[in-house]
Design a protein around this ligand. Structure first.
Ligand code: 2HA
Ligand code: ZN
Length: 282
């Protein structure tokens, strides 16, 4: 007799076949490979559709529940796949179940239920406050929003030592570094002051900035990016990081020519984007 597939036996497709688990495993590996997520650095959360989750995971009974120190009623009943606290991005691809978790926010919004993964008592990312609070704000301005991604992108982090942290000045410099930047993030980047990571306070400060911009830089720490898809969110961080890399390469050199404000205005017109106000003169 031929062996039954998991799907035939249980009615569920193998969990590791779930596209959202594959996407998380692949992107974390790329991010580690780029040097943006040393050791347990970085975290991702990805808002999922209930029907999509239910294709792969039993959603009826939760294994366990974890109390939140910050209630999130706005997210009640919503499903996320998240990276685990203390987990290494490098290891996700070889053992997704230990390093990732599928969670559902409880009906009261003051805890999360673990539906899959986070094996051996692991818990969601230490930056869950920043993630959840940012999801709430981004969903208000963009119903297609799905992903919050944090990493220690090397040049973006380095730049915070030597560049003015005024967010409009920082945005302008990044736009000037590569022609495509203005097209990719016409809304610019935000910056918060240095704060203790993992706290509800840094979560609130980050989410507050997310009301207007999709990128928030944490000085001497890293970057938060948000978006509707993994490609878009990763591409956003990748583009900021590329611009920061160019800045770090040219900062100590004599600049002989640069993209002018008028050229940036022409670029925005050609690509149909609206640069955030108050940055370009013209
Ligand atoms: O350890 O990146 O900000 C994960 C982090 C904390
Ligand atoms: Zn970090």
């Amino acid at each position: 007799m031929s062996k039954l597939t998991i799907e035939e036996t249980t009615g569920y497709i193998a969990q590791t076949e779930a596209p959202f688990i594959k996407e998380m495993a692949e992107i974390t590996y790329h991010m580690w490979n780029l040097g943006w997520d040393e050791r347990n650095g970085g975290n991702i959360s990805y808002l999922l559709d209930e029907a999509e989750v239910a294709k792969y995971i039993h959603i009826g009974q939760a294994d366990r529940s974890i109390k939140l120190s910050f209630p999130v009623q706005e997210l009640a009943g919503k499903y996320f796949i998240v990276t685990g606290s203390g987990k290494y991005f490098r290891n996700v691809i070889s053992d997704p179940e230990a390093n990732l978790g599928v969670i559902r926010v409880s009906a009261s919004g003051d805890s999360v239920e673990v539906l899959w993964g986070l094996r051996d008592g692991a818990v969601p990312t230490s930056e869950l406050a920043s993630h959840f609070m940012s999801h709430i704000e981004r969903l208000k301005v963009d119903p297609s929003h799905r992903i919050v991604m944090h990493c220690h992108a090397t040049n973006a982090l380095a730049m915070t030592f030597i560049h003015d942290l005024d967010e409009n000045k920082l945005t302008k410099t990044l736009w000037e570094m590569c022609t495509e930047c203005l097209v990719v993030f016409p809304d610019g980047v935000s910056v918060i002051p240095w704060m203790v990571p993992g706290s509800n306070e840094i979560g609130r400060a980050t989410a507050d900035k997310m009301k207007e911009r999709r990128v928030v830089i944490w000085p001497q720490h890293g970057i938060f990016g948000t978006g509707s898809t993994m490609d878009e969110t990763f591409g956003l961080i990748e583009t900021v990081e590329k611009a920061a890399q160019i800045y770090m390469l040219v900062a100590h050199h004599e600049i002989k020519q640069r993209i002018t404000d008028q050229e940036l205005i022409d670029l925005a017109k050609a690509f149909g984007v609206t640069p955030v106000r108050g940055i370009l003169k013209g």
